[in-house]
Each structure stands twice: as C-alpha cells, then as structure tokens.
Design a protein around this ligand. Structure first.
Ligand SMILES: Cc1cc2nc3c(=O)[nH]c(=O)nc-3n(C[C@H](O)[C@H](O)[C@H](O)COP(=O)(O)OP(=O)(O)OC[C@H]3O[C@@H](n4cnc5c(N)ncnc54)[C@H](O)[C@@H]3O)c2cc1C
Length: 421
C-alpha cells in the first residue's frame, strides 16, 4: 500500500516490482504539492516549483516519458529587493552591490565576526558564518518571514545543501568575477507545469491502482491492517508520504506534538493584463514591511506577454487566513515594490500549503529517526519531504524512493550516480 500520489508515492509505485499495489490519495487528483493549475491562459503551480537535477539519468528517465520538447532549460535570474534596489542572489556574495556604507558594514562584520563562537542553532550559525551586517540585513529577516518562527529553534543545518554558503574568499572574489552559482544556477520547467514530472511516473501505472479521494485513517501495526474512509486492507508493506506527525497519529503512536512544528505558506498566483518586470525569475523580499518573502515571474520563464506571478507568504500553522484581506495587502505591497503599476489583475488563485517548511530541530531529527525505525519493524515506511520531516526537493524524493525499493524489494534501479553539483 502506498499513501499519497505525490512525487514520492508515485515514484515508489513506478519502481516497485510488486504487482499487487494500491495507492491511496485523499485528494481527487494526483500530484500532491506538485499540482498545477491552468486558468484563463495562465499556468501556475501550487507554488513556484523549479527543478535542478543532479542525477542526469533521473532527468532523462522523466523527460523521456514526457511530451517531446516540453521542458524548458533556463539560466536562473534571482534577485533581492533591498531598499529599492535589486541586487543579485545570494545576498552574502553580492554585498558589493549595496550602498557603500552598508557594503562596508557587511564586509567589516564578515571579516571580524566571532569565528570561534559556539554554534547550537540556525540563528547562531548565521551570525558565526556571516557576521551581523549580512545576517541582520538579509539572512535573518528573510528566514524569519519564511519559517515564521524564532530561528534559534532550528537546527544549524536545517536547510542542508539548500543553504548557499560562501566563505570570505568567495565573497571577495565575487566582487570582481561574478559567480553566483548556488545549488540551482540553471533550472528546468515543463511547459505544462510541475505536474508533468509527476505524470511521467503515473504513465506506467494501471489507473485502477490509484484510489483518488481515499484517505488512510488508521493502521493496526500488529496485524498490518489499514483502515481508510472506504475499507479495510491487509498490507505486507505500507509506504506513506503523509506528514510524519500525521502518520504517527494514524498508527496510534503517542508522541510529543510540539516536536513536529512547521510553517504554512499561503500562495497567491496572480495573472495580469500585460507584461511586468522583464528577465527576472524570482525576487526575495527580506524587508518586513512586505507581507511576502518571495515573488516569482512565470511569464519570464515561459516568455509570455502577460505578467504571471506567484507570491509566497510564510505563516504560523495556527494563523487564520483571510484571503480577501491578504490579497488586497499583496497587491498594495506589489505596487509599493513597483512590480504592479497600472496593471489590471485578470485572474487569480490561492492555496495554503500546510505543512510547507518543517522546522528541522535537533529533537525533530532524533524523534523522526527513532519512530521511523519503529514503524519499519511493522512494515511501515515513511518517505518524502513531509514523511521524512525534512527540507528537500523532488529529485531527493525520487532518490529516496529508489533507495527504498532497493531495501524492501531488493530491486536496484540504475538511475542514481555520483551527483553533479
Ligand atoms: C513553497 C514550496 C516550494 C517548493 N519549491 C520546490 C522547487 O522549486 N523544486 C523542488 O524540487 N521542490 C520544491 N519544493 C518541494 C516539493 O514540493 C516536495 O519535495 C515534493 O512535492 C514532496 O512530494 P511528496 O510526494 O513527498 O509529498 P506531497 O506532495 O505532500 O504528497 C503527499 C500526498 O499524500 C497525500 N496524503 C496525505 N495524507 C494522506 C492520507 N492520510 N491518506 C491518503 N493520502 C494522503 C496528500 O494529499 C499528497 O497528495 C517546494 C515545496 C514548497 C512547500
């Protein structure tokens, strides 16, 4: 049994050699967070989903199962709006683009930072690696807006390889020889939206194996029986991509709920009557007077004529969402930023991703590892970004599915090789 028809669940279904597989998906469509919305001529994802594959064979595998010429490859242009000027991302490598006094502050603080400071959490890591100037102008406010929590609660390595580190040599070298490479300096994006990568996995599957609108409700671990909103099913293995804390509840495992905290992200997709800023693919907004932390420009990815934006707002899980008020605020802030001038909004869509960014802490990692092992003893495997309670991208989800299949089916899928950076 597979729980969830997102990228993780469908990758497992695709690679397993088992025949008697049932995939439960509580929504009425597949895709999970990689779903795409097509509306009034605009193509939007649940949130901007762009892809940087480190394993060429995984990318080839997917692309060969997609319509010909349907994937665009794009040289990334990511900026930061900081005090009315656009500077290149990542901030820490482009401080020379700041007004001179601020540049000097950042450089001075970077050079004289407390190199020997003990680092126990994400906040301390930022100060220790980048100094006060860079941290307080960008890294701290931006990440506080995104995670919607106190950064000292997060593990120092909460973002793993997705955090663009830069040492002082790189920062200074970048002033003369720009090299803004980060983990995704080029990216791909299908013309039909992120869902196309998921469909590449769905293609090989027998549709009758995917039960849409069916939710896993409880699991009897001892007897290996799963109860859904429709039936009882005996399983040999159960692979779940549901959020880990939800799976623990489903399996009746007592746990400390406070350990598994996360943010939620309110996403607005906005379609306008005409073009806006050219060239840029997404912009970070660290300043607190902007409600959102990031805005992306689909029209500059598709090369289309009408501005098509995604807007991301980080919130605490318990926060109530007043869509009308938030949308009005977002449009006001876009005007202040100069993104919207006399544009007319002609189409829009909103979705809340909850959880969106899990709060990776020392304790969440310890408890996830502990309960993962306990569940595995009963044939239950928790995978994916939320099943693993971690920060990762879709390719990581696919690699994890391949590794799980090797483990539980003894089947080696030959798509993973040493990763390119
Ligand atoms: C704001 C944001 C931006 C992102 N941007 C990128 C990006 O640019 N590039 C990238 O590679 N990755 C990106 N990601 C990460 C990417 O979305 C995830 O890695 C990926 O979608 C996770 O897939 P999944 O299958 O593990 O989980 P999900 O997509 O969450 O799928 C889990 C599925 O399980 C179903 N489910 C849950 N509970 C039950 C139940 N009890 N019964 C039945 N079904 C259930 C859900 O409905 C869902 O369909 C982003 C994530 C966020 C939040």
């Amino acid at each position: 049994m597979i729980v969830g028809a997102g990228i993780s669940g469908l990758a497992v279904a695709n690679f397993t050699s088992r025949e008697n597989v049932l995939i439960l998906e509580r929504e009425e469509e597949i895709g999970g967070y990689c779903r795409t919305v097509k509306q009034d001529g605009f193509v939007w994802d649940y949130s901007g989903h762009f892809f940087h594959f480190r394993h060429p064979r995984i990318e080839e595998y997917l692309v060969s199962r997609m319509p010909a010429d349907s994937v665009r490859r794009i040289e990334k242009s990511a900026k930061i709006l900081y005090r009315d000027r656009l500077i290149e991302f990542p901030f820490q490598k482009n401080i020379h683009q700041l007004p001179q006094e601020e540049f000097i502050d950042c450089l001075y603080d970077l050079y004289f930072r407390d190199r020997g400071a003990a680092v126990h959490n994400f906040s301390e890591m930022l100060y220790a690696k980048f100094g006060r100037g860079i941290t307080e102008r960008f890294l701290r406010p931006y990440n506080e807006k995104l995670y919607a929590c106190d950064l000292s609660e997060l593990d120092a390595d909460a973002m793993g390889r997705f955090f663009p580190y830069a040492d002082i040599d790189e920062v200074i070298r970048n002033m003369k020889n720009p090299d803004n490479r980060s983990y995704n300096s080029t990216f791909t994006y299908p013309t039909g939206g992120a869902i196309e990568y998921v469909r590449a996995f769905e293609k090989a599957l027998d549709p009758s194996r995917i039960a849409l609108g069916e939710t896993l409700v409880s699991v009897d671990l001892e007897r290996r029986i799963a109860r859904t909103n429709r039936r009882e099913v005996r399983f040999d293995r159960l692979v779940s991509s549901a959020p880990f804390n939800r799976l623990l509840e489903i399996c009746g495992i007592e746990h400390d709920r406070r350990v598994f905290s996360s943010n939620k992200v309110l996403v607005f997709n906005l379609g306008f009557d005409r073009k806006g800023w050219p060239g840029v693919h997404w912009v970070y907004f660290p300043e607190r007077h902007y409600r959102f932390y990031r805005a992306g420009f689909y029209d500059n990815i598709f090369g289309s004529e009408r501005m098509s934006l995604y807007i991301e707002i980080g919130m605490r899980t318990g926060d109530t969402v007043d869509l009308e008020a938030e949308r009005a605020r977002v449009l006001d802030d876009l005007r202040v930023a100069g993104v919207v001038t006399d544009h007319q909004l002609v189409s829009w869509h909103a979705v809340v991703l909850d959880p969106a960014y899990v709060h990776v802490t020392t304790e969440s990692q310890r408890q996830t590892a502990h309960y993962t092992e306990r569940l595995a003893q009963h044939g239950v495997h928790s995978i994916g970004r939320y099943g693993g309670w971690k920060y990762c991208a879709i390719e990581d989800n696919i690699v994890e599915a391949i590794d799980l299949i090797a483990d539980i089916d003894g089947r080696r899928v030959d798509l993973v090789e040493p990763a390119r950076s």
